[in-house]
Design a protein around this ligand. Sequence first.
Ligand code: DCP
Ligand code: MG
Length: 437
Amino acid sequence: MSDTAILPKYGFCRDCLTRQSSAARRCSSCGSPRLVSHPELERLSIAHIDCDAFFAAVEKRDRPELRDKPVIIGGGKRGVVSTACYIARIRGVRSAMPMFKALEACPDSIVIKPDMEKYSEAGRQVRSLMQSLTPLVEPVSIDEAFLDLSGTESLHRKAPALVLAEFAKQVEREIGITVSVGLSYCKFLAKIASDMQKPRGFSIIGQGEAREFLADKPVTLIWGVGTASAAALEREGVRTIRQLQTMEREDLIRRFGTLGNRLFYLARGEDDRKVQPEHETKSVSAETTFDNDLTALEDLVPVLRALSETVSTRLKKAEIAGRTIVLKLKSADFRIRTRNRQLPDATRLADKIFATGLELLRKEADGTSFRLLGIGVSDLVDDARADPPDLVDHGARKRAMAELAMDALREKFGGKAVETGYTFGRSVRGKPQDPAD
Ligand code: DCP
Ligand code: MG
C-alpha cells in the first residue's frame, strides 16, 4: 500500500482498504458501497468489537450448507434461544425467546445445541488476533472486547480506523465469522457504535457529534440504566438523554445518587473509563492435600465443592470474576494435571465454578489415586459484567439467584448458617492451602 493510503484523510473502502473521498458513494477501485468516512477518522482510537450472532456464526462456518438458512442455537432443559442468526432474527426470533415461540415465528429453523467448547476456541482466536493489534484489549465477554489503539499508528503505520477494518477482514478470512466494529473516543460510545450497523458493521461516533447523537436517544441506552433505573427516571418524567443534558449535576446526584453522577457525564458523552487489559491479580485459587489419597469421584466431589466456595468467596470479596476455570490434580505419584475451560462470561459464583470443575474432574477420575485437588479461576475482570442471566440453562439462573441469596444470609448470620447439600456434614480432609498465584 502506498504511503498516501496509510492515513485516510477523508475515508476508505472497507473491502479493498484504499483511500476514498468522503463524497464517494462507491469505491473508485473496487466498486464496493462499504465506505467509511468521518471528519475525526484519524483521531479516534477507542474501539469496541462484537462478533455477529456469535454461536450461530461459528455453526454456520462449520456447516456451510446452513449459510442461507435460519439457524437457532439453543435448547437445553427449558428450551430458550441462546442466539439466532440474522436470517432467523428477520423472521422474528430473539435471544431468550422460548424455543416453541421461536419455532412458531420461524418453523423451518435449524436448531442446534450449543457447543461451548467450540465457541470458546473461536472466541480465543478472535481475542488473540485483537492482541496482535494492541496490548490494551479488555475482554467483555466471549465475543466482545474493548481495544485502545492510541499510540499504535507508528507501529501499524495506519490510523486505528484502517487497522480495525483490516482486522474485520482478517477475522472473516482466518476464523470464518464476522464482527461489527464501533470506533469512538470513549468506551461508552464505542460500545454503542458497534451495535449500530450489525452485522458486519463499522460505525463511528466522534466528539463533535456525540451530544447531538445522544440527545434523542432513550435513557436506557446509557450503560448502567436497567429496568429499575429507567422506571425511576420515568417517574421523574425523564425519558430521553436530551433531558439529562439540561439537568444540573447536583440535581441528578440528589435524585439518583451515584447513578445520577454517571448519568450527568455519560449524557454529555463524557466517559473517562480506561480500557483495562487485565487484572493485576492473575488468578484466584484454592487447593488441598488429602490426608489419604482419594480415587473415587464421589470422594473428590465434596472437596471440589468446598474449594469452589472458598474461591467464590474470595472473588466476591475482591469484586472480581474470571472467565477461565482451572482444575489442578496431583496424583499419588506426584504428577500434576491441570485442565481448564473457558466460560462465555466471567463468573464469581461457586455453583458455576463447581459445575465447570466437575465437568473437568469427571474426565480425570479414571481410577487414578490423587493426593491433591485444586480449583481456580483466571482471566480476571471486574465483576460488573459477570454472570449475566443464563439463556441456555434455566436451572443455572435459579441456582445463581439462590447462591446470591445464601451469600446474603451468610453475611447476616455467619459462615456456617447455610450449607449446601454437598458440603453439609462433610469437612474437607486436609488443610486448605493458598498457593502463591
Ligand atoms: N449468550 C448467551 N447468554 C446470554 C448472552 C449471550 O448464551 N445471556 C451467547 C449467545 C451469543 C453470544 O453469547 O451468540 C454473544 O452474545 P451477544 O450478545 O454478542 O449476541 P450475538 O453475538 O449472538 O449477537 P449480536 O450479533 O447481536 O452481537
Ligand atoms: Mg455478539
